[in-house]
Each structure stands twice: as C-alpha cells, then as structure tokens.
Design a protein around this ligand. Structure first.
Ligand code: WQD
Length: 335
C-alpha cells in the first residue's frame, strides 16, 4: 500500500484529504505542528475510519523533524498543506508568511531530495491570479500577487517549476473551499472570528455571532454582491487523491484549478445557508472590503482532462454539510 506524508494533515483541508486518501487505499502519516489545528482532530479521524491514525507532531521548518519522519517511513509522495493561509494576517506579518510558507517548502524539498522522495502535491490558490476581469480563469492566466500570502503561493509554484525531471509536481489552485465531511465529525473550525464568508455565516446560524456584514452590494454582478467559485471540501480532497495518483501512475506534473466553474454571490450563499439551517440569517450591507474583487471563478476543464476531476457537490450540499458540522459541535459544547 503506497504511503503518503500529509503535512498540515490535521488542518481543515488536510484532515478531509486524509479521509479521502485512506478511502482510496493509501497509508497516510499526518505531520503537523498543530499551530492551526485542534489536538482532537486525529482522534476524530480515527473514529471515522476505525483505523489507527499515524501522527508525527513536528514543524516543516525544523530540518530535524523532517529528517526524523523521512527516516521512519518510506513515502511514495507528499501532499503539502502545512502553511499559513490568512490573506489579511499576511499583510500584517509578511516575514512570518514568507518564512513559514516559502522556508517551510524549501526545508521539506531538501529532505525529500535527500530521501529520494520526489512526488509532491502543492496546495496553491486562485489568489495567484490577482485581480482580473478574465472570468472564468484559465490556468495559463498570468500570476500577480495582491498580498504577501499570494506572493508565497506564487513563489512556491515557481520554486517547484525549477525542479528537474526526476520530480513529479501537482500544483492545485483552490478557489473557495467550504463545507464539512459527510460524517459531520470534522469541518472548518476557526479559532476566532472568521474572515471567510461561510464560517462566518455558520456562526450567525448557531447564534455565536449576531449579524453578517455583506461587504458591498455595488459590484457589477447580478445582485451586486461578490461572486466566488465555492467548492465542497470533500470534492477538493478527492482532487488531491487524483493528483497524487497521477504523479505516482504517470509521473506527469500538472498545474490545475480546483473549482466548479460556477459562481455564487454572497446573497446566494446566505439564502442557501438559510435553507440548510431552517432559519433566516440576519445581515446588513456594509462597505466593500479592501482587496476584494467582484468575481473569481475557475476554468475547471484542465483538471478534468488531466486528472479526471470534476466537482460533484452543490452549494446546497456545502451549506447542509457545514450546518450539520457546526450544529453538532454546538450540541457537543452544550453537552
Ligand atoms: C468570499 C466573499 C467577500 C466575509 C479568501 C482568500 C483566498 C482563499 C479563500 C486561501 C467575498 C464576502 C466575506 C464576510 C462578506 N484562501 N464576504 N462578508 O476573499 O474570496 O478568498 O479565502 O487560499 O486566498 O482570499 O473568500 O470567504 O473571505 O469572501 O460579504 O464576513 O464573501 O467580500 O465576496 P475570498 P471570503
């Protein structure tokens, strides 16, 4: 059974990818420093899979930790999530972001090279496209950073593009991952007030937050609010499985968008979430948020052609799964 190293595997997308990899028959080792993941995630994964979850608590920035995990296991490849991912925070702490996201990748690659493990799936982002009117966005669109976070993703992609033919690289550009696992036992679990739309709406739905601020209703979109390409986190996880499988089976590197190709406005999401939770959600129209663009949607056809990937789940599925997760959490907290 092929063994995969999953850095950041206790995080939101990492934990869902763990389940998808195990379901696809891979053996997986989670490598995480738990700086942005709850300590109980591996136990939850164990409850879901019924199998032992291998966790190596370590930091991708620490060469000794990296050496130890590669000395302990023979990996077929690596799926690399471990990075900081908040755009706003990256503006306040650019050096932190470059150190962790770029330094961490370089430390990982050095150890992979030493261990002769040269297949890597890299977690990138639609943010590499910058602000563009070309929608839906194709992968051959130019890259330009609008934040230090975006810079670190472009830098990561360009580092990987320098590697020689012994390497096989999958670069996956996420659009807007949302939702939770069908078991409702894992999901997005932000530590403080969320920056992103769906986790914020989820906290309004549970009553933890009073009201959603809709950042602008004067964009050139059907209802004036921002349009994004929301993709279910389980679809996204399955995209990672197809990517690592492609690297193992063919050795062919690829750079693909992971999105649905469909756009949903902020108010579309509010209405879908209201249906999912069975209640109206209070919101107010607020000024636009700095750095936001009107529309961001993916050209999804290259992922289909190269990986056989196609997002299957709908916005309703995303909201229903998110509500099942957060409402279950609330019951447990009250429990
Ligand atoms: C979505 C829409 C907001 C919150 C970000 C990162 C991106 C990626 C995904 C890492 C926009 C509106 C939001 C709120 C609102 N992360 N909104 N009220 O900004 O598209 O993408 O997360 O890779 O890099 O930039 O996602 O969920 O923050 O916003 O009206 O309280 O919801 O204006 O139109 P975004 P988002």
């Amino acid at each position: 059974m092929a063994k995969i190293l999953l850095t950041g595997g206790a995080g939101y997308i990492g934990s869902h990818t763990y389940l998808a990899l195990v379901e696809a028959g891979f053996e997986v080792v989670i490598f995480d420093n738990f700086s942005n993941a709850k300590q109980d995630v591996p136990a939850r994964l164990q409850d879901i899979t019924g199998g032992l979850v291998h966790v190596f608590e370590g930091d991708v920035l620490n060469p000794e930790d990296m050496r130890a995990v590669f000395d302990a296991h023979d990996f077929e490849g690596v799926v690399h999530f471990a990075a900081k991912k908040a755009v706003g925070e990256s503006v306040e702490k650019p050096l932190d972001y470059m150190h962790t996201n770029v330094g961490g990748l370089l430390t990982l690659l050095a150890e992979m090279d030493r261990a002769d493990v040269r297949r890597i799936v890299f977690s990138s982002s639609a943010t590499v496209y910058g602000d563009t009117d070309i929608q839906p966005i194709p992968e051959d669109h130019g890259r330009t950073h609008t934040s230090p976070y975006a810079f670190t993703k472009i830098a990561g992609e360009q580092i990987l593009e320098q590697l020689d033919d012994r390497w096989a690289v999958g670069i996956l550009r996420y659009f807007n991952p949302v939702g939770a696992h069908r078991s409702a036992m894992i999901g997005e679990d932000p530590a403080d007030i969320p920056n992103n739309l769906v986790p914020y709406i989820a906290k309004v739905a549970t009553g933890e937050l009073d009201q959603l601020s809709v950042f602008g209703d004067d964009y050139d979109t059907p209802d004036g609010t921002g349009v994004r390409d929301y993709i279910h986190v389980e679809d996204l996880a399955e995209g990672h499985v197809l990517s690592i499988k492609t690297l193992i089976d063919t050795g062919d590197s690829h750079t693909v968008n992971l999105g649905t190709g469909d756009g949903s406005s902020v108010l579309d999401v509010v209405h879908a979430y209201s249906k999912a939770c069975g209640a109206d959600l209070d919101y107010q129209i607020a000024p636009r948020r700095d750095g936001d663009v009107a529309v961001l949607t993916a050209r999804p056809d290259r992922a289909k052609a190269l990986l056989g990937f196609e997002a299957k789940r709908t916005l309703a599925d995303m909201c229903r799964s998110s509500w099942a997760w957060v409402s279950g959490q609330r019951r447990n907290d009250k429990g």
